[in-house]
Ligand binder design. Structure first.
Ligand code: BES
Ligand code: MN
Ligand code: ZN
Length: 491
């Protein structure tokens, strides 16, 4: 989607922003009398009140050059958030995407910041993953190619939009990575794709199986040993802070490019969704892209563990005992609880190598988090109230809400083993998301601020009706992480 800012409306479709006023609909921009009268007649014909998400659409009106005039509600004038503006633009774009309209102008942005947020919403809503749909019928193909936001401070809006455009690119990258089929995106090809980001000034380091074995990462390496693809650990470094030597924030992602469950094989129906089991890593890679593109004045490192969990003659078995790089032994009781086995070695490496001042991991870790929170909130588990507060605020502002669940010794003892330092599952049907988080916490150094986000319910969403997101791969995590860094760690 091409995004523009201009002084005058022009386009097949022109949309006017409207508030829900105490005395009826209030247009955000001054309109000429005949146009306003015609639009008020159209409004009177339906139930439009100016509420957020409401739309009126008028086709081929005589009194306008546009083939479509639209009115979009944003709710009460005093209560419109950045997210509210984004959603209004997104609602318009979603409606017009395959409508035949090629261009849309949005009229009524009260200031340059709002103009930038309208543009950001339009951009996110215009995303589609159509790469492999080679024979799409004409009426299913997107027609809308450009959105222009009308503003009398176009230059200002353009500069406000620059960091949002960087964020949108990060979200798009994450969506693409999650959507790619697992025969195309596997640990080796994924690592190569990340390496391309070095163009942005990110420093990329790739560890292969030999390097990880040498470091003692028996836990991560064990998960990938049934795959013909070699596992990888990829580090993305952005040292944009004033003091390049200051401790960074570490963002860590689970990158299981396909999760069959391994020898503890998953049931067949729905297994194709497990191509998205690298959603945590995609969020980290997308956020690092955004951070680099907008040249954030912060030290941030991303670390992603890329593996494919396959059953095979060489695959790891239930009963195996592996040794993680932190020097702890793990009894594998279920090869499908593989995400924690990957992350524990990445957490160790992040701490040893970077001594981060805070560490946030994202992972599609447990089906149990979907039982708890559905597809609305991601779960957060943390040893730091401060990190929870920062991430909760960032998630709320970005429309990526999170909800805290507890940790505690009563849960932790579920993962004790009779033959090793720990086992990789808790008791069946008993706080599965929490025991997974307890497992990770056993690899977090004393006193290190850490948060774990379980995004199994939010990385992809069936039948998603959020106008800012496509169906399925949401790119969840890029926006919360980018704002978390922007609001708390920039010089
Ligand atoms: N990748 C899955 C979790 C998952 C489930 C993500 C559904 C998205 C949707 C994870 O590796 C897994 O299989 N977890 C097991 C853990 C269990 C064996 C303790 C689960 O949730 O069933
Ligand atoms: Mn699994
Ligand atoms: Zn998994």
């Amino acid at each position: 989607m091409q995004i523009k800012f201009s002084a005058e409306p022009a386009g097949d479709a022109v949309a006017y922003l409207a508030y829900e006023g105490d005395k009826g609909v209030e247009f955000a921009a001054d309109l000429d009398k005949p146009a306003e009268a015609a639009m008020r007649r159209a409004i009177a014909a339906g139930s439009f009140k100016g509420g957020a998400g409401q739309v009126v659409e008028i086709l081929a009106p005589e009194w306008s050059d546009a083939s479509r005039v639209m009115i979009v509600g944003v709710g009460k004038k005093t209560a419109v958030s950045e997210l509210g503006w984004q959603k209004a633009a997104a609602t318009l774009v979603k409606r017009l995407l395959t409508s035949g309209a090629k261009s849309l102008s949005i009229v009524g942005a009260p200031d340059r910041g709002v103009a930038a947020n309208l543009a950001f919403g339009a951009r996110l809503a215009g995303y589609r993953f159509d790469q492999y749909r080679l024979n799409l019928k004409t009426d299913k193909k997107p027609t809308l190619a450009s959105v222009s936001v009308v503003t009398d401070s176009a230059a200002g809006a353009r500069s406000d939009y620059a960091p949002l455009s960087a964020k949108a690119e990060g979200v798009e990258l994450a969506r693409n990575l999650v959507s790619e089929p697992p025969n195309v995106l596997h640990p080796e090809s994924y690592a190569e794709r990340i390496e391309e980001l070095s163009e942005l000034g990110l420093e990329i380091e790739v560890l292969d199986v030999a390097a990880m074995t040498k470091l003692g990462m028996g836990s991560l390496v064990g998960v990938g040993q049934g795959s013909v693809r070699g596992s990888r650990l990829v580090v993305l470094k952005w040292m944009g802070g004033k003091d390049k030597k200051a401790a960074p924030v570490a963002l860590i992602g689970k990158g299981v490019t396909f999760d069959t469950g391994g020898i503890s094989l998953k049931p067949g129906p729905g297994m194709q969704d497990m191509k998205g089991d690298m959603g945590g890593s995609a969020a980290v890679v997308g956020a690092m892209m955004a951070i680099a593109k907008r040249k954030a004045k912060a030290n941030v490192v991303g670390l992603v563990g890329l593996v494919e969990n396959m059953p095979d003659g060489n695959a790891q078995r239930p009963g195996d005992i592996v040794r993680a790089a932190a020097g702890k032994t793990i009894e594998i009781q279920n090869t499908d609880a593989e995400g924690r086995l990957v992350l524990c070695d990445v957490l160790w490496y992040a701490q040893k190598k970077f001594n981060p001042k805070a560490m946030v991991d994202l992972a599609t870790l447990t089906g149990a988090i979907i039982v708890s929170l559905g597809n609305e909130h991601a779960g957060i588990f943390s040893n730091s109230d401060d990190l929870v507060a920062k991430l909760t605020a960032a998630g709320k502002a970005e429309g990526e809400p999170i909800w805290r669940l507890p940790l505690g010794p009563g849960y932790d003892k579920q993962i004790d083993s009779e033959v090793a330092d720990m086992r990789n599952i808790g008791n069946a049907g008993n706080a599965g998301s929490i025991t997974a988080a307890q497992f990770l916490q056993r690899f977090v150094d004393e006193g290190r601020a850490w948060a774990h986000l379980d995004i199994a319910g939010t990385a992809w969403k069936p039948g998603n009706d959020n106008p800012l997101e496509p169906t399925w791969a949401t790119g969840w995590g890029v926006r919360i992480l980018d704002r978390f860094i922007a609001d708390n760690y920039e010089d």
